[in-house]
Design a protein around this ligand. Structure first.
Ligand code: NAI
Ligand code: MG
Length: 328
């Protein structure tokens, strides 16, 4: 049976890189039915809502969602969409591909970021004039779920090292719980693990990126550390991500709408095509996903590539080259 995929391009280059990724998916042996959903700045201007009810329904009903990016309305679109698909794990692989002039030539790090609580739980207040507070939420259930996800991901994807990022020396209660639970879960798995204070980890990720595998992080730490790693492996045009829940999932490039190049047809499709490869893995097509990644790798090494990577190709030219290189 065909997999139903909600396709939500959003704004800016979302409208260029998402069609590139659906072109790639359509050229694979897997069977897809694409259902389009609108969201973002342009949708809000037209309908009054950045994420219309109909788009929520499409994403909730689909087997998976492919999202591009939204502009000013990003938070009004992506945060609710992650909830619509019930996602709790944000998976952000930062891997260096040959041929890309990256600061870290041998990095292959996967950040597994808790995606529902921590300081992003949205509990902020102004308690007096000039005094504002934020409540950090950490639950045992969410810590266990994300640690279990991270260790399982490591085992299933061939990573032999897990790092648990925390700051339990200062945030004794909240990160103390995160650390205790993650350690307990680690003890139940075969993969070796270490724990790391997140500030020292930021330094070490820059100094010795090649020594890391899966890094399990609380919400804010995962957001910041994965962006740091993006810089190490060659920039935003390359980085895919997945938001995974128990039943459903949403896949998106880490980058935004790139207003500086939107409409020119030169956006790098790699991040979204690699997000589509993660979608293929999620829908149990690991060989097809591997073929897509292999084609991307060949094109990054041999060209043609888009201007952000030093090439002169358009989005379509690079996408067509990826399709041509796919070998099933
Ligand atoms: P951005 O990721 O859109 O762009 C940063 C820089 O990277 C720009 O110079 C851009 O040209 C370049 N870039 C990004 N993706 C590229 C690609 N595929 N190919 C070639 N170059 C690429 O981040 P920025 O400028 O901070 O944000 C622009 C807009 O995007 C804002 O309105 C922001 O709210 C939104 N945004 C949305 C996100 C989402 O929907 N998930 C995530 C991040 C930003
Ligand atoms: Mg971020």
């Amino acid at each position: 049976m065909a997999h139903e995929i909600a396709v939500i391009p959003g704004d800016g280059i979302g409208g260029e890189v998402v069609p590139a990724a659906t072109t790639v998916l359509a050229e694979t042996p897997a069977d897809f039915e694409f259902v389009r959903g609108d969201a973002g700045d342009a949708t809000r201007a037209e309908t009054g809502a950045a994420l219309p009810e109909q788009t929520r329904t499409v994403a909730a009903a689909a087997d998976a969602t492919l999202f591009g990016a939204a502009g000013e309305t990003a938070a009004d679109v992506i945060l609710p969409l992650r909830e619509v698909v019930g996602s709790y794990a944000n998976v952000r692989p930062a891997r260096t591909y040959p041929g890309v002039g990256a600061l870290a030539p041998d990095a292959d790090i996967v950040f597994v970021r808790e995606n529902t609580e921590g300081v992003y739980a949205g509990i902020e207040s102004e308690i007096a004039d000039g005094v504002r507070t934020l409540t950090r939420v950490t639950t045992e259930a969410a810590c266990e779920r994300i640690a279990e996800f991270g260790f399982t991901y490591a085992a299933e994807n061939g990573y032999d090292q897990v790092t648990i990022a925390h700051k339990a020396n200062v945030m004794r209660e909240t990160d103390g719980l995160f650390l205790d639970v993650a350690r307990r879960v680690g003890g139940e798995h075969e993969t070796g693990y270490e724990t790391a204070l997140m500030d020292a980890l930021a330094t070490d990720l820059v100094m010795r990126p090649e020594t890391y595998g899966v890094v399990i992080c609380p919400n804010l730490a995962g957001d910041v550390l994965s962006d740091l790693a993006a810089g190490l492996v060659g920039g935003l045009g390359l980085l895919p991500s997945a938001n995974v829940g128990r039943e459903n999932a949403l896949f998106e490039p880490v980058h935004g709408t790139a207003p500086d190049i939107a409409g020119e047809g030169v956006a790098n499709p790699t991040a979204t095509v690699l997000s589509a490869a993660m979608l293929l893995d999620h829908l149990d097509h690991p060989e097809v996903a591997a073929a897509v990644r292999g084609a991307v790798e060949t094109v990054l090494a041999e060209g043609p590539t888009t201007p952000d990577l030093g090439g002169t190709a358009t989005t379509d030219e690079m996408t067509n080259a990826i399709v041509t290189q796919m070998d099933f």
